[in-house]
Design a protein around this ligand. Structure first.
Ligand code: NAD
Length: 377
């Protein structure tokens, strides 16, 4: 059956992958609602999406309840998939307030808009209201970090967020569960590990390393680089989200992971090896890409290890990732080499200034970073 998905944050890294997957590979309709912060980029949505009659874009803030109520009423979604967020850990350390505003207050406002829509739907069409889902997309960072020998995070692992970003996502997860328990809103929550892949904002670890390396710049790795992350190819995540939204059990939480635990320094070394194969002609003065690796002061409160136990999703809903870390990383490096027009516009900041009407002195890209770090995800 063809459904209408309202995707918040559909111009972001993961949201745009969901929109590309929905329009490119399914018959579903997509309403993309995005505020277009620095992280939102409509160029991540190719013409097969934007020209489709099944696609509509609204520039709006999830925290604007009146506007969201109007959009919900106009578009009558069957599924609201909520990805809009401030998502960068380093930015949350430098300025937590946007994270509180969007991730906590914004999610609360959105829950209220959606509750109003869903209750009105129940009066008009009870069977559609029963099918309705609010799918909240969250992170494994809500669980805190793990010692090397500890078992991976399961869905019942206690919350212990470390960064302002993780704490704001944990708060949002609690709100969503409370709206399920208190008001009966049919919710689903997914907590996912580190994503990587095409269209990833250049401040994040993997694109930062690829782009710095081909420019002959240093590859900054936080601390010893031994922080372990579980990596998931973004298109696998998009497929998993659609799978859960359409088949998941209401009220349940599903962890999504790639079964790829890799430490940050090995991620950077693998990027360098792939570049040696895919772009052997190096900038002047660079003998080996790996010679550009430098260690920088660690991030405060840096989590040492995340690992996701995604067996519930496999067991109950029959979902597994298609890509290994090697195959996904090769695709990612190749994509950045083949699509310089996408990242160059972001890198030189013209993109942001033009679209948002900001002056050249507006906020700049941070130096070393990634979702999650300067040499970490
Ligand atoms: P992103 O920063 O690339 O994209 C976020 C999008 O949300 C942007 O397009 C931005 O313009 C939009 N947005 C921000 N504030 C908004 C607001 N108030 N109203 C409407 N739109 C707004 O983030 P991402 O990496 O694509 O992550 C998407 C979601 O997945 C987030 O909720 C994040 O917490 C979660 N997540 C991310 C990862 C990862 O590795 N990137 C892993 C697990 C979970």
């Amino acid at each position: 059956m063809s459904l209408t998905f309202l995707v918040t944050g559909g111009a972001g890294f993961i949201g745009s992958a969901v929109v590309r997957e929905l329009i490119g590979k399914t018959d579903h309709r997509v309403i993309n609602v995005d505020k277009l912060t620095y992280a939102g980029n409509l160029e991540s949505l190719p013409s097969f999406v934007t020209d489709s009659e099944r696609y509509r874009f609204y520039r709006a803030d999830i925290g604007d309840r009146q506007t969201m109520a109007r959009i919900l009423d106009e578009t009558q979604p069957d599924i609201v998939m909520h990805l809009a967020a401030e998502s960068h850990v380093d930015r949350s350390i430098d300025g937590p307030s946007a994270f509180i505003e969007t991730n906590i207050v914004g999610t609360y406002q959105l829950l209220e808009s959606v509750r109003g829509y869903w209750q009105a739907l129940a009066e008009l069409d009870a069977s559609r209201a029963r099918r309705f889902r609010f799918h909240h997309v969250s992170t494994d960072e809500v669980y805190g970090d793990l010692e090397p020998e500890e078992p991976a995070f399961s869905e019942t692992h206690a919350y212990a967020p470390s960064s302002p970003y993780a704490a704001s996502k944990a708060s949002a997860d609690h709100l969503v569960r409370a709206w399920r328990r208190t008001y009966g809103l049919p919710t689903l929550v997914t907590n996912c590990s580190n994503n990587y892949g095409p269209y990833h904002f250049p401040e994040k670890l993997i694109p930062l390393m690829i782009l710095n390396a081909i420019a002959g710049k240093s590859l900054p790795v936080y601390g010893d680089g031994l922080q372990v992350r579980d990596w998931l190819f973004v298109e696998d995540h998009a497929r998993a989200l659609i799978h859960v939204a359409t088949r998941g059990e209401v009220g349940e939480t599903y962890n999504i992971g790639g079964c790829n635990e890799v430490c940050n320094i090995d991620v950077v070394r693998t990027v360098c090896q792939l570049l040696e194969a895919l772009k052997p002609e190096k900038p002047e003065g660079v003998a080996r890409y790996a010679d550009l690796i430098t260690h920088v002061t660690d991030r405060p409160g840096h989590d040492t290890r995340y690992a996701i136990d995604a067996s519930k999703l496999d067991r109950e809903l029959g979902w597994r990732p298609r890509e290994t870390f090697d195959s996904g990383l090769r695709k990612t490096v190749a994509w950045y080499l083949e699509n310089p027009q996408w990242w160059q516009r972001i890198q030189d900041q013209r993109y942001r200034g033009e679209r948002l009407g900001l002056s050249a002195s507006g906020p700049s890209l941070p130096g070393p970073a990634s979702r999650d770090e300067a040499g970490a995800p």
